[in-house]
Design a protein around this ligand. Structure first.
Ligand SMILES: NC(=O)c1ccc[n+]([C@@H]2O[C@H](COP(=O)([O-])OP(=O)(O)OC[C@H]3O[C@@H](n4cnc5c(N)ncnc54)[C@H](OP(=O)(O)O)[C@@H]3O)[C@@H](O)[C@H]2O)c1
Length: 314
């Protein structure tokens, strides 16, 4: 079995447990693609998995390779694969329960892979899958957002939020976003109709009667969101399950979205929106994969704009 470079953890802990080292290179089984990874990203999921916070949900066997986002080149196709050929540029969201994309190669089911939008390079395309799938699932599938509705997006400058704003505008919604002061112009560039500095203005004093709240922050931000929704509205969180009792008391629907299910179909939709000019991933910085410890430490500060991308082979 050939070796490749990968970032693995051998135990849970802080960013120092991320080890850039040799690992066995996977092969493409039937129905799979072997992808040479050009770029991946740092996601809050990776920080949580690394720290052991997800141990109750995912039975990882050490050593574990982290990394959900993939942009790369098909290196080989497994038996039965007809829609892809070696050399194709692709992007994908790796299965959170399996070894991930902090590696030079990853094998994934072809059904979970989409052709990379030609207008994005690999560094940009890697910034799309996990957060794009999450934003799509939360707004469109769970939230049922329709044209003309008003949506409040918390954390609008972040990985999920920056794509959610663009998707909601594409859908024809009126979009209100929260961020800190230095990101307000950025939110306006993304297309928000109203940008709120959450440090200066409690959002509940200036927002009312929205149809949908997308919560990417949780805690007190989620708790204060019930009052800004109109009766019959909906609170969708990607951070923590909203209380069903509180929702019922406010005559509001609620949902907790986990971007765990297969993402392939959503990625094809997102790729089409990129190609039509309606969606653009946001890359705040690019670091080599070997600097993954720095990327995690930066991301865990929770004030990244868009995504931190990790350059693997690009
Ligand atoms: N359920 C799922 O499947 C799923 C999938 C993806 C993500 N998530 C979760 O969703 C959350 C967001 O993910 P992400 O990738 O978007 O994270 P992220 O990119 O790390 O979020 C950073 C952003 O959060 C903003 N922010 C921090 N505190 C805020 C506050 N009090 N109010 C408004 N904005 C605030 C920051 O804006 P400023 O710098 O302007 O403050 C920054 O732009 C994470 O907890 C993640 O674990 C869940």
């Amino acid at each position: 079995m050939s070796a490749m470079k990968a970032v693995r953890i051998h135990n849970y802990g802080d960013a120092a447990v991320l080890s850039y080292e040799d690992a066995p290179q996977p092969t493409a089984a039937a129905g799979e693609l072997l992808i040479q990874v050009m770029a991946t990203t740092a996601n809050p999921f990776d920080y949580a998995a690394r720290a052991g916070y997800l141990a109750g949900w995912y039975a990882f066997t050490f050593p574990v390779t982290l990394g959900l986002d993939v942009s790369g080149i098909v290196a080989a196709v497994g038996e039965g694969v007809t829609e892809f050929a070696p050399g194709d540029a692709v992007f994908a969201r790796a299965d959170p329960a399996k070894n991930g994309a902090y590696a030079e190669y990853i094998a994934l089911p072809a059904s979970e892979v989409a052709h990379k939008p030609a207008s994005l390079d690999h560094l940009q395309a890697a910034a799309l899958p996990h957060v794009g799938f999450t934003a799509w699932s939360a707004l469109m599938e769970a939230g049922g957002l329709t044209a003309g509705q008003a949506v409040l997006i918390h954390g609008a400058a972040g990985g999920v939020g920056s794509l959610a704003v663009q998707l909601a505008k594409w859908r024809g919604a009126v979009v209100i976003g929260t961020a800190s002061a230095h990101n307000l112009d950025f939110l306006r560039e993304l297309g928000v109709d109203k940008a709120i500095d959450y440090n200066a203005t409690p959002f509940e004093t200036v927002v009312q009667d929205v149809d949908l709240v997308l919560d990417t922050v949780g805690g007190d931000t989620q708790a204060r969101s019930w009052g800004v929704l109109k009766p019959g509205g909906m609170l969708v969180s990607v951070v923590q399950p909203p209380s069903a009792e509180t929702a019922a008391a406010h005559n509001i629907r609620q949902a907790f979205v986990t971007a765990v299910p297969p993402a392939g179909e959503a990625l094809r939709i997102l790729a089409a929106l990129v190609e039509s000019g309606d969606l653009r991933p946001v890359v705040s910085s690019v670091l080599p994969l070997a600097d993954v410890q720095q990327a995690h430490a930066l991301g865990e500060g929770r004030h990244v704009r868009g995504k931190i991308v990790l350059k693997v082979s690009a």
